[in-house]
Design a protein around this ligand. Structure first.
Ligand code: ATP
Length: 572
């Protein structure tokens, strides 16, 4: 990454912001008194569509450019971020069918648009990097105008599967826009940072699932947060279940309704009608995130016919069921990929525009235990606006690192935000009860990034004397307790939903059959045994466990307040 960085301004001359540069939308954020705020651009938008449009040589961006998708699609460039650093052969142009089409120029993804004034003006062929530069320049200009001083630098978020080539292309595009990139941070880490930076947040060891649900893609990650270090344990990326798929559900619904009323005229068959339909369906979809009813209305939808209708949330959730279930499956699959269980997850952070959708968060409430916090607007009143999380996280990171020299940033902050070596099993102390039963007390949680050091103090037996300490690895497993078989007829009284066959969303379908699942510790290999001799009556023993970067474990045990102690090292 460092090789493509041009020498930027001196730390004292920087004005740094956070940028989320998405396929669908982008956001800019800055920090004021350690609090991150998303900046509204000159149109008043905080979610700025990642779109450029050219009309009579004039460049429009954001929401204004998006509106031109209906009247000026061929000179409007949208959904291009993911093409950065990719060969033409490997891109999926599905989302570009209703805007400027990507072209193959010697393998590079490019767009040909009329960006100059005059009927006879020659069209320009711009590489995706050049388009990105133009767009980033607009974001920076908006931030500069808002802040009243020239923005020089930024932290930009990227999906966890952005390749080195894509990162280099993004850095080059930003540098060409006269923007110094302090750091690229991964989206899930930005989201966790934004939550952890809140004044009320207790930064504690936890397993967090971050679901970044956008317009064209869904990226879900499991992140272990251990002592302020973030380790990405597993990720899944999906291009099928996304905001656009939900738009399509509504497009098909209203198109069919229109066809029924108007002699089979299908508004999806005409490009302009389809663009209008999509635009309005997205607005209806957003309205359904807030209210239980939403209106839909388009002037001259097809063949000059105006169309107005309504839809309620229940109907929407029914027709979109397959997509909603797809989101749930994605989240389940990443937890499995990380070798974990839903019971291991402390928090689920829903991020990205699509995360406003109540059904997505409500479905998660059903698969996670009550101990897991689902951070989404519909399930948690303290949830941060999912559309603002990433930009806020990036801005916070920018404010933390802007004082460093560029070279130091590369060295000091990389490891903290990418996958780092970590232990798989927990390391803890085995305590023995009077009846001789052994229990495992975790000291260093599984998935902790190394090197790591933790200390615990345990009480010695009341009488004092020699205290035997056993240090072992441990891991959790899920203990399932099946319910006692019920007496006859307990299920007979299931109430049928009589009047609306769509309304069969039962939030707790299996309530009377539920088995009990709990997380219990299983003791693994013993790592060390030590005896602390002659502990005083009522004394305490302090145990320090140190795991080196090469995974070698050092254990020290000593009586609190006494001299000496025992120490042993176990190589990796
Ligand atoms: P991607 O890169 O996946 O294309 P993005 O990260 O650029 O997406 P986001 O703003 O996170 O963009 O997500 C855009 C999607 O979120 C769009 O499909 C949009 O319709 C949807 N969206 C935005 N607000 C809401 C809302 N209130 N309710 C439901 N969906 C919403």
């Amino acid at each position: 990454m460092s090789e493509t960085r041009t020498s930027g301004p001196a730390p004292a001359d920087r004005t740094a912001i956070g940028i989320t540069f998405g396929n669908s939308n982008s956001s800019i954020a800055s920090t004021v008194d350690d609090k991150a705020e998303v900046i509204a651009n000159e149109d008043g938008d905080r979610q700025i569509p990642t779109i450029l449009s050219y009309v009579d040589g004039e460049e429009y961006y954001g929401q204004q450019a998006k509106a031109f998708l209906v009247r000026n699609p061929q000179n409007t460039v949208a959904y291009f971020r993911d093409f950065l650093g990719k060969d033409f052969k490997s891109i999926d142009p599905t989302h570009n069918h209703a805007s400027a089409h990507p072209q193959d120029v010697n393998g590079t993804v490019s767009f040909t648009i009329k960006d100059k004034e005059g009927e006879d003006a020659e069209p320009s062929t711009l590489s995706v990097e050049e388009v990105s530069t133009r767009f980033l320049r607009r974001l920076v200009t908006s931030a500069t105008e808002y802040l009243g001083k020239k923005v020089t630098s930024a932290v930009i978020t990227v999906p966890t599967n952005f390749s080195d080539k894509q990162k280099s292309a993004l850095l080059a595009a930003a540098n060409a826009a006269d923007l110094e990139v302090l750091q690229l941070i991964s989206e899930p880490v930005a989201a966790v940072l934004a939550y952890d930076a809140r004044p009320e947040a207790e930064v504690q060891d936890k397993i967090v699932v971050v679901a970044e649900l956008g317009g064209t893609r869904s990226d879900v990650a499991v992140v272990a947060s251990r002592g302020g270090m973030y380790t990405v344990l597993a990720t899944v990326h999906d291009y099928e279940f996304n905001g656009s798929a939900l738009d399509k559900v509504l497009i098909d619904h209203f198109a069919k309704e229109f066809m029924k009323k108007h002699a089979g005229v299908d508004p999806r068959e005409n490009a302009r009608s389809l663009a209008k339909l999509k635009f309005e369906c997205e607005a209806t979809k957003k309205a359904l995130s807030i209210g239980v009813n939403a209106a839909f209305s388009v002037e001259s939808l097809a063949e000059g016919i105006d169309f107005a209708s309504t839809i309620n949330r229940l109907r929407y959730e029914t027709i979109g069921r397959t997509v909603f279930e797809g989101f749930t499956r994605l989240i389940e699959s990443v937890i499995k990929k990380a070798g974990l269980d839903v019971l291991d997850v402390d928090e689920v952070i829903l991020s990205g525009g699509t995360s406003h959708t109540p059904r997505i968060a409500n479905n998660l409430v059903n698969i996670f235990p009550a101990t897991t916090t689902i951070l989404a607007p519909s399930t948690n009143t303290t949830a941060v606006n999912p559309s603002e999380l990433l930009a806020r996280g990036a801005a916070l990171q920018a404010s933390l690192i802007q004082e460093y020299e560029a070279a130091d940033i590369d060295q000091s902050t990389h490891a903290a935000v990418t996958t780092v070596p970590h232990i798989t099993n927990a390391i803890g102390v085995i305590s023995v009860s009077e009846s001789g039963e052994e229990t495992f007390v975790p000291v260093i949680a599984p998935e902790t990034a190394v090197p790591a050091r933790r200390t615990v103090v345990v009480a010695a037996p009341k009488a004092g004397g020699d205290v035997l300490i056993k240090i072992a690895e441990g891991n959790t497993h899920i203990k399932v307790t099946k319910p006692e078989p019920k007496a006859n007829g307990s299920k007979a009284a299931k109430v049928e939903d009589a009047d609306d066959s769509d309304a069969d969303f039962s939030d707790d379908e299996s309530e009377d059959e539920e088995e009990k699942r709990e997380k219990v510790w299983k003791i693994g290999a013993t790592l060390a045994e030590a005896a602390v001799r002659g502990v005083k009556k009522g004394g305490k023993v302090e145990i320090s466990i140190n795991v080196n970067a090469d995974l070698a474990v050092t254990v020290t045990a000593r009586e609190v307040g006494a001299k000496g102690g025992v120490r042993g090292t176990l190589s990796a």
